[in-house]
Design a protein around this ligand. Structure first.
Ligand SMILES: Nc1ncnc2c1ncn2[C@@H]1O[C@H](COP(=O)(O)OP(=O)(O)OP(=O)(O)O)[C@@H](O)[C@H]1O
Length: 259
């Protein structure tokens, strides 16, 4: 996509439109476990919001509710789009399908014509840097390449709201940093609304326009940090004192909210 096309896309996308809105959301499971309590969260077009919080505080539950897969037990949830991308920690590729047909899967399920889904998949594969690997099977790919394929599969939906459940958690540091850069580039081009979960505070600060810190279970939002660095973001920003200071503040809030 050229810069002009990207600018046109972000204009048609009405930057600032609210795509996800949680008001006083609570989640109590039938067994009595209270996973979320009093969560207020808004995600607008052009925002990339990352949630950090201790294990088991309800982050995945929050994401499942945001996707419409699960309903909250209390509060209001508004999801203003049906074009939702969802990337899980596991790449969830079908082992018998090659990259091209794995990436085509969502369009195929939506019964899009073969020529269109094939074209969409080719574009998405190129966008995530997997060109040349179309005929490879998942077992022939590295962990990072599998995640790229998984990202590409969601990109064929051209999502307005993109949900990420710790997608890079299992990858080595270098691959993770590279994929962070790829994702930031996609975000700068496509300007979807992102909701991203991670355990890494520096990943959260690097990727996001806003970082939300949750407390231990029941998960509630204890602090919100606006990230002042512009997008597109220079990878070297990670080595600046301003970046380190913000990572320190978020880590601090995370420790305070941990009980
Ligand atoms: N279907 C369910 N029934 C009962 N309890 C559940 C259910 N799903 C999740 N929980 C519980 O709700 C709490 C929140 O789970 P969730 O997976 O959302 O946490 P998380 O913050 O994503 O954890 P992690 O960071 O370890 O992935 C946990 O205590 C979990 O055991």
């Amino acid at each position: 996509m050229t810069e002009t096309q990207a600018a046109a896309l972000s204009e048609t996308r009405n930057e600032g439109t609210t795509l996800l809105d949680f008001q006083d959301v609570e989640m109590t499971f039938p067994n009595g476990t209270v996973a979320l309590s009093g969560v207020d969260l808004t995600v607008r077009q052009g925002e990339f919001v990352t949630v950090v919080g201790p294990s088991g505080c309800g982050k995945s539950t929050l994401l499942r509710i945001a996707s419409g897969l699960e309903s909250s037990s209390h509060g209001t949830v508004n999801i203003a789009t049906s074009r939702i991308g969802y990337v899980f920690q596991d790449a969830t590729l079908l082992p018998w399908r090659d990259v091209q047909s794995n990436v085509e899967l969502l369009a195929e399920l939506r019964k899009e014509p073969r020529a269109i889904r094939s074209q969409k998949a080719r574009e998405a594969i190129e966008l995530v840097g997997l060109k040349g690997f179309e005929e490879h099977l998942p077992r022939q790919l590295s962990g990072g390449m599998k995640m790229r394929a998984s990202l590409a599969r969601s990109l064929t939906l051209d999502p307005e709201l993109f949900l990420f459940d710790e997608p890079f958690g299992a990858l080595d540091e270098i691959t993770r940093e590279r994929l962070n850069d790829e994702l930031l580039r996609l975000f700068a081009e496509r300007r979807f609304a992102g909701l991203f979960i991670t355990h890494s505070v520096s990943e959260a600060v690097y990727l996001s326009t806003r970082v939300v810190v949750m407390s231990g279970r029941p998960g509630a939002i204890v602090r919100t940090f606006e990230v002042p660095f512009p997008v597109p973001r220079d990878p070297d920003i990670r080595f600046t004192p301003e970046f380190a200071a913000l990572v320190g503040d978020v880590s601090h809030a995370l420790r305070e909210g941990h009980h």
